[in-house]
Design a protein around this ligand. Structure first.
Ligand SMILES: [Zn+2]
Ligand SMILES: [Zn+2]
Length: 219
């Protein structure tokens, strides 16, 4: 039992507690095949995710996991489910959703061959008898969450002319873009009878152009 004593005294130097995303797996033992189910709801103190979409701070993250002792460490499998809040990359609206990520990850024992031979970013490691799931969950959320989230899969985005959300504006929303050449032509046509007198033509030209514009809008 000297190994146990050593482990206990070493873990005592850390904030050794089984809470939040930190699992104390001492009770699992190291006999390969030893297994434990773990269900836990963790209120995350931090926002977890990407710039446009993430699990907000204060959200309840559901862990539904199986911990299995293997020769090199503890294999963690299962799912993590959490609410997410995002901003649509097309229409910029805020939206909420949920995300489920699957975990299948080895946490290597501190003194295992895997721990000795693998580089820091190749494998997750146990800290004595503790497994910190947070880095793994952050990594998996990064893979699972979309870089360009959408409020709905068929989000129509914003009107390129006026910026209104197309979901609000409706499908018949559009803009009649007055062609400046055409407008000039209408003015010329209506103003032509008075073109002989510059003063009179200038005075009536604007007015008749207004009439021409009104009549074209009514059609
Ligand atoms: Zn949208
Ligand atoms: Zn518009």
């Amino acid at each position: 039992m000297s190994a146990d004593t050593t482990a206990r005294s070493r873990s005592g130097a850390h904030r050794a507690h089984d809470a939040g995303f930190v699992l104390d797996v001492r009770s699992l033992g190291r006999a390969p095949g030893s297994m434990r189910e773990l269900r836990r709801t963790v209120t995350t103190p931090e926002r977890l995710g990407l710039d446009l979409i993430a699990v907000p701070a204060g959200s309840e993250v559901e862990l539904d996991l199986r911990l299995q002792a293997v020769s090199e460490g503890v294999l963690v499998t299962g799912t993590v489910t959490a609410p997410v809040a995002g901003e649509c990359s097309r229409c910029l609206e805020q939206f909420t959703d949920s995300v489920e990520v699957s975990l299948t990850e080895l946490f290597a024992y501190p003194d295992s061959a895997t721990d000795q031979t693998a580089s820091d970013d190749e494998v997750y490691r146990m800290d004595d008898d503790l497994i910190d799931l947070e880095p793994l969950i952050v990594d998996q959320l990064g893979l699972e969450l979309p870089l360009q989230p959408l409020c709905t899969p068929d989000c129509a985005g914003l009107c390129p002319e006026c910026g209104v959300r197309m979901a609000i504006a409706g499908s018949d929303h559009g803009h009649e873009i007055l062609d400046p050449r055409w407008a000039g032509l209408a003015k010329f046509a209506s103003g032509s009878p008075g073109s002989g007198s510059p003063d009179k033509g200038a005075a009536t030209g604007d007015h008749s152009a207004d009439i021409a514009r009104n009549s074209t809008e009514e059609k």
